[in-house]
Design a protein around this ligand. Sequence first.
Ligand code: HEM
Length: 407
Amino acid sequence: MSLTDLIARFDVDDPTFLADPYPVLDELREATSGFRNERTGQWTITRFDDVHATLRDRRLGRSYSHLYTHAALGKPDPDPRWAAFQAHERWSLLCLEPPDHTRIRRLVSKVFTPKAVAAMRPTVQHFADELLAPCRQADSFELLADFAQPYSVAVICSMLGVPRADTRLLLDWSHAIVKMYELSTSDEVREAANTAAGEYIAYTKALIADKRRTPDGLLVSELVQVEDEGDVLTEDEIVSTTMVLLEAGHEATVNTLGNGLRALMHHRDQWRRLVDGEVEPRVAVEELLRYDPPLQLFERWVLEEGVQIAGRQMKLGEEVAMLFGSAQRDPRRFPDASRFDVARGDAAHIGFGGGIHFCVGAPLARLELEIALAGLVRLFPSLSLVSEPAYLPNFVIRGLAAVHVSG
Ligand code: HEM
């Protein structure tokens, strides 16, 4: 097959590709280190070493607006129809570069140090036990809705100081908003994301007002305190920071559990190794993050003329798309890369990114995944799929619609 035909198979609207992108990603990665996606204009890179280096290259950024106007780079102004969506992410860590990124990240990092997160273990364990107990009583359960989603949201809400009763609202907003990050979106989807972002902002502002009246020492309250004391954070910055933590704090964790459990059910020998105690859940989690990652593509803007990425001389203002799922199965980096091996225990994957935007929640995500997996293995050693789960028709955020299991 010619390279052009192969590139054409990277089609985020093709249900066959979305159901299992790995055969196409494998062929693309072996055929080329990078290709231009004609639809998005992005220089799309496939191999681990290039993705690893690009994540750390300070001549690229998640945003360019700290250095250039849209006009200076020949980009259109943001569409005013989606103003609420833009406002919601305006001060998100994921949309900032230094010095604003450094300032806000420093405050957030304090809460997510490995030590602070280790202290969360009993709380996280409590949520897992509480939510798995009713699953045990039932003949079958849906892993995502009955366990992974409420579990992950409960954990992040407890760290931020967000009422657990608001879980449903947060999940609905978040699911609508993250669709905006797909490569192919309709105006209808954008409209829904924008409406959700508007409601979410109003909610977060009310929450902040509440924390100002009644501080509780948890993260949102702490951020408010910082604002009040030294004028280091504005209200808009607190709103975006709270929202990015709530969104990033559960979507990827839920999908790692769903995709990972599907992989385990398809590789019963690997599940057995967990049940038999041969491999610890903590170790297996790293393979879950590598094998079928919940986040398949991240983007960067080129901030300087003449940067070389995966064999191509880039121009200022061009965009690079990094294919995480492809990089994580690169045989140049991972021996027998297509094999699902829970004992692999290689934590130096790029599942949590790298460089200044490295996932601030990685220690928490690892803890949550370990406790969830350990609970499932312990309580449901004979777990099996009731029906074959289907992936949602998205590429960037890869997750299953539902995972029906019986124990
Ligand atoms: C399995 C679960 C998770 C995965 C796979 C994951 C993955 C990632 C990746 C790949 C990035 C870097 C994006 C880039 O470089 O462009 C990132 C950033 C981030 N993640 Fe996570 N994440 C997970 C869980 C969490 C959790 C639990 C939280 C919150 C507590 C969180 C909060 C964040 C934030 C705030 C950033 C932006 C950091 C910055 O820009 O400085 N993530 N995550």
